[in-house]
Design a protein around this ligand. Structure first.
Ligand code: SF4
Length: 459
């Protein structure tokens, strides 16, 4: 379908994708790798791919993102990139001294059929990997899946390579954090500390992509899950994967390899998803929920109740990653809002099933995921029947401007605002942040359209 801008009518569209609601697989692989301490991501492909991945992450996190590339030329594109990667491994260990090189493929290296596993084995056999150092690899062809698929593939590669089962069971649980912000990972650790649950969080980009200014450049900032911690994940009591799309593969791999049973939960966004997460933590960790967490929940419920009249019946359009969209849509329903349009460029068969259930009370809702679920489709739906609020990544700003609709930025990438790296949207406290953001833009719109009305929020 294409949009006829003069009539706002939808025209049939079969093959073309315009402004996809996703980015490319290696960006996710790179982000997951940055959450491991002392790890240098390596892009096996052309310099252009690596530059794009690094700059997208830098624009989102406002931090330098270190990564290496195999720097394919015309020759490597024809004859294969093995020589480039072998040379790169030698150079990287001698110049940049990482503990781990995490290699991911690109469209080009996948298309010519480079076998990363074989090349890494050759690097090992040729003595190019120093004692105590590691090279791991994940296949991330960007013509399938999305940045979330790349994240999931690299996360799986880390546990596949490192996790070990010994006969010493550890009193800890694994938290596979899913694709969330450094601030969210910090919030997860705070909640786990409050609940007194020993854990390994993988990946962990806090103190990597939200580092303080010290005046000194650190190639490998102090944050990130350490290699010994990942090794120990094979001896943990249980794994909790946060977000099916980003973490299920790694959780299954840990179960198959080390017999660590797992539970997949939604990302704790909003009230119900956080309730389920806290309940699962309490059950698996055999601990009771502290009063302080109950109080946080109470404050969130209080604001929902106090501000209900501003949320009630508002039509909302969302786009982004399934792991975020599912609990977010559920949260909006809890607020008595109406998530009417939802698109995600990330494929996955459970998306429709989950949305169907969550959106039972919104019969007019339309949702779609996969390659054809793009921002043009979202704009078409909005043209046909407008909404009161947009929630998604930066790429919705054009719809917001064109249609004059309030816009809350959430998801990846956000290149034109800050805050996401520092203020979590997970848990009950994160729920308050989401409410604050929604109320702020709704009130701004109200102030602009009805200046004679009081700006005071009334109860
Ligand atoms: S060629 Fe493929 S891997 Fe490289 S930037 Fe484009 S989509 Fe990503």
């Amino acid at each position: 379908m294409l949009l006829n801008h003069t009539t706002s009518k939808v025209v049939e569209r079969k093959a073309l994708t315009v402004n996809p609601a996703k980015t490319c697989q290696p960006i996710g692989a790179m982000y997951a790798s940055l959450g491991v301490h002392g790890c240098l991501p390596h892009s096996h492909g052309s310099q252009g791919c690596c530059s794009y991945h690094r700059s997208t992450l830098t624009r989102h996190y406002k931090e330098p993102v270190m990564a290496a590339t195999s720097s394919f030329t015309e020759g490597s594109s024809v004859f294969g990139g093995q020589a480039n990667l072998l040379q790169a491994v030698t150079n990287i260990f001698s110049v940049y001294e990482p503990d781990v090189i995490a290699v991911h493929s690109t469209c080009l290296s996948e298309t010519i059929g480079d076998d990363l596993g074989q090349i890494v084995s050759k690097a090992l056999a040729d003595g190019k990997i120093p004692e105590g150092k590691h090279v791991i690899q994940a296949s991330t062809p960007s013509y399938v899946g999305s940045h979330v698929t790349g994240f999931a593939n690299m996360l799986e590669a880390f546990v596949k390579y490192f996790a070990q089962k010994t006969d010493q069971l550890k009193n800890q649980i694994n938290i596979l954090s899913g694709w969330v912000e450094p601030s969210d990972m910090r919030e997860l650790k705070r909640i786990l500390k409050l609940m007194k649950i020993k854990n390994v969080l993988l990946p962990d980009t806090s103190d990597v992509l939200d580092t303080p200014m010290t005046g000194k450049f650190e190639m490998y900032p102090k944050g990130g899950t350490t290699v010994p911690e990942i090794v120990s994940m094979g001896d943990s009591l249980h794994s909790i994967g946060l977000g099916e799309w980003a973490t299920e593969k790694a959780a299954i791999n840990l179960d198959n390899k080390c017999k660590v049973k797992f539970t997949i939960e939604d990302l704790p966004i909003g009230l119900q998803a956080t309730d389920r997460f806290i309940h699962t933590l309490s059950k698996i960790g055999s601990v009771s929920v502290p009063v302080s967490i109950n109080d946080e929940r109470g404050r969130l419920v209080d604001v929902i109740t106090d501000m209900h009249q501003y949320f009630y019946g508002k039509r909302v359009a969302l786009w982004g990653d399934p792991d975020q969209l599912i609990p977010l849509a559920e949260f909006l329903i809890d607020l008595d809002m109406k998530p009417v349009y939802i698109v995600s460029g990330t494929p996955g068969k459970n998306f429709n099933k989950r949305m169907e259930k969550i959106l039972e009370s919104v019969p007019e809702a339309k949702y779609k995921n996969g390659a054809n679920a793009d921002m043009l489709l979202m704009h078409q739906w909005i043209k046909e029947n407008p909404v009161d609020l947009l929630i998604g990544n930066t790429y919705g700003k054009y719809i917001s401007r064109d249609e004059n609709i309030p816009f809350v930025r959430m998801g990846f990438p956000i290149v034109d605002r800050i805050g996401h790296s520092y203020f979590s949207t997970l848990g009950y406290v994160g729920g308050l942040r989401i409410l604050e953001k929604i109320l702020s833009v709704l009130m701004d719109k109200k102030d602009a359209t009805c200046p004679e009305e009081s700006f005071e929020l009334v109860m």
